[in-house]
Write a protein that binds this ligand. Structure first.
Ligand SMILES: *[C@@H]1O[C@H](CO)[C@@H](O)[C@H](O)[C@H]1NC(C)=O
Ligand SMILES: *[C@@H]1O[C@H](CO)[C@@H](O)[C@H](O)[C@H]1NC(C)=O
Ligand SMILES: *[C@@H]1O[C@H](CO)[C@@H](O)[C@H](O)[C@H]1NC(C)=O
Ligand SMILES: *[C@@H]1O[C@H](CO)[C@@H](O)[C@H](O)[C@H]1NC(C)=O
Length: 564
């Protein structure tokens, strides 16, 4: 008993909170004392105060969950200790073993004495704890395997305490995956400071470990420094986290495949949110096929802190008009969603559940729909213009083509112009409308070719032979990410033969292969210097494509352009 009391005395608890408060507020007090007050710094102060307020709320939930663990432990120990601690005088009255503790009021004792012999006298302080339902009640399959809540995979540097956590669920797709484009856009859109104060969690919602490892490997190869610094994490669930998907109830009259897809999505969101909850103050739900506007992190944070500073309550801040993309929550409030998704995962799609939760929280049944809209807008606040946009056209639900675009997002760059050496342009691929190869080479537009065939060539014949230092070709663009060059090599024609050139395997028509397009749709390289000057460079297509092909960036650098 003594040990337990030592750990949980209310005094201790209060001390913990005090320490917590000091850790947060002392730096703040210094900040206040030593900054010169003027109008803009007052604005900054208000923001900072709001930030601390939300942070404290987040730390408090972290502390609460520790407290919950402790309470369970205490109850457990109490039950084990109680029988040996029986008090002889009252023990006679209670079959529960001396349950009326020393603190029982005299009136109660009196009453008990007068009730002696009655059943009613024996009901005080029974050794029975109320059992509240937990997630296991809604997801009983989790009890079948002790490892059901264990992570199957985690690549992490353990970063915590950031301002914004971005949750990106991803699943295997039949056609194209845009995960790398999405990550590139998320990383590029952050300033250096924001990269220190954010966390991107990629949740690979697949139980095939081989696939999970391949995704993690590709991410590290593409973003080595961001993985090293802890900005990007990869996590995946164990097989037993999911119930038997063939035994789901058919709901809403949907075909079973759709029920499976949306039920899994609910469980995926609940997992991802639970994993991310302790890692930062705000949580933003994203998808694996989106683009972000530059400085989106600062914009979102500022908007959230303004609301808090103005004492406007909110539950969702919405930075994209589509589906469940770009929705921000306070991490401290995520348990509301997690529990709700777990309760109704088999019943409704995740975006409906969000709507229903807000409805339950704020709307009055007795009023009509207009009131609902008005009330809902108080807790679910939209930000314009949108900070996120869909890139993909293929949804992860087989056959469901996702063409929805957010009109609030605005224009994004579809090509990247460069100055290239003077050249004659020969395109063996017919172009669509005015999207010619020549205009692309001059940096006026992107090239858009119809269905490349094996043997098709795009040739750049230089006016005077050049030493190529580096070449860079980007295929596809954000609006048409699948219009890439597949199985296409980059080849150069040496202007004069030399010993080195003679030692190489040339193509039948005398070209040297110096590179090829990778799975992301980029071909880049620095040709061997010994090749000498070249009179032409060409892209050579080796197999048939199901897609049209876009060149959104062409950059050929000779020694002069490198020096420039
Ligand atoms: C039982 O309770 C009485 C009254 O509070 C106290 O005087 C007594 O010492 C207790 N006995 C034991 C064994 O704890
Ligand atoms: C004890 O209970 C009896 C029966 O209810 C009642 O008449 C009596 O006044 C009670 N005595 C005391 C001291 O409360
Ligand atoms: C040229 O091709 C032959 C036969 O395919 C191969 O053995 C050789 O290694 C190649 N040489 C170079 C330099 O690639
Ligand atoms: C590329 O094309 C060649 C020639 O048609 C073919 O042999 C090869 O399998 C293709 N490679 C891929 C990755 O499609």
């Amino acid at each position: 008993m003594a040990v337990v009391n030592l750990v949980v005395t209310p005094l201790r608890r209060r001390n913990c909170l005090l320490v917590l408060a000091f850790v947060v507020f002392i730096p703040f007090c210094f900040f206040v004392l030593f900054s010169v007050p003027d109008v803009s710094s007052e604005q900054m102060l208000i923001q900072r105060l709001a930030e601390l307020q939300v942070k404290l709320q987040y730390l408090d939930t972290m502390y609460r969950s520790r407290q919950e663990d402790l309470q369970q432990l205490t109850a457990h120990i109490d039950q084990m200790v109680a029988p040996s601690d029986s008090n002889a005088s009252l023990g006679a009255l209670s079959p529960f073993g001396g349950a009326a503790p020393a603190t029982t009021k005299p009136e109660i004792r009196q009453l008990l004495r007068n009730m002696s012999g009655m059943n009613a006298a024996h009901g005080l302080n029974p050794p029975i704890m109320l059992r509240l339902p937990s997630s296991f009640h809604f997801l009983p399959h989790l009890l079948d395997d002790p490892a059901s809540l264990r992570l199957a995979y985690l690549m992490s540097k353990g970063r915590t305490g950031v301002s914004v956590v971005l949750g990106v669920p991803t699943v295997r797709r039949e056609k194209h995956t845009y995960l790398m484009e999405t990550l590139q856009s998320l990383v590029d859109g952050m300033s250096m400071d924001e990269r220190e104060d954010a966390l991107i969690v990629i949740f690979v919602a697949e139980t095939d470990l081989e696939y999970v490892l391949l995704v993690a490997k590709e991410i590290e190869l593409r973003f080595p420094s961001q993985v090293d610094s802890g900005l990007i994490e990869v996590v995946s669930p164990s097989v037993s986290y999911y119930p038997d998907m063939d035994k789901l109830r058919s709901t809403l009259g949907d075909p079973l495949e759709r029920v499976r897809w949306r039920s899994k999505q609910n469980l995926d969101f609940a997992f991802l949110m639970s994993y991310c909850q302790p890692k930062g103050t705000f949580y933003v739900q994203l998808e694996d096929d989106i683009l972000a506007k530059p400085y989106y992190i600062s914009e979102m944070k500022k908007f959230a802190l303004d609301k808090t500073a103005n004492k406007e309550p909110w539950f969702v801040l919405d930075f994209c008009q589509l589906g469940f993309i770009g929705k921000m929550f306070k991490s401290a409030e995520l348990p509301w969603l997690i529990q709700f998704f777990q309760m109704f995962y088999n019943d409704k799609p995740v975006d409906w559940l969000l709507d229903d939760l807000i409805y339950t929280k704020i709307c009055n049944w007795e009023k009509n729909k207009d009131f609902y809209k008005r009330d809902k807008a108080k807790l679910w606040i939209h930000y314009k213009p949108s900070l996120f946009q869909h890139i993909g056209t293929h949804s992860s639900l087989k056959g469901k083509v996702q063409k929805l675009k957010d009109k609030q997002f605005g224009k994004v760059a579809l090509f990247f112009p460069h100055t290239n050496p003077e050249a004659d342009i020969i395109s063996g691929i017919k172009c669509y409308k005015l999207y010619s190869l020549k205009r692309a080479y001059l940096g006026e537009a992107f090239f858009w070719g119809l269905l490349p065939q094996p043997g098709d060539q795009l040739i750049f014949k230089f006016k005077t032979p050049i030493h190529i230092k580096r070449f860079f070709f980007r295929s596809g663009n954000v609006e048409h990410p699948s219009d890439k060059f597949y199985n296409t090599s980059v080849e150069v024609m040496p202007a004069e033969s030399n010993l080195y050139v003679n030692s190489l395997n040339l193509t039948a028509d005398g070209y040297i292969v110096v590179g090829k397009f990778d799975s992301v749709g980029i071909a880049t390289g620095n040709p061997n210097e010994n090749i000498g000057r070249v009179s032409a460079l060409r892209l050579y297509v080796h197999s048939e494509s199901d897609n049209w092909a876009i060149l959104s960036e062409i950059h050929i650098q000779d020694e002069y352009s490198v020096a420039r």
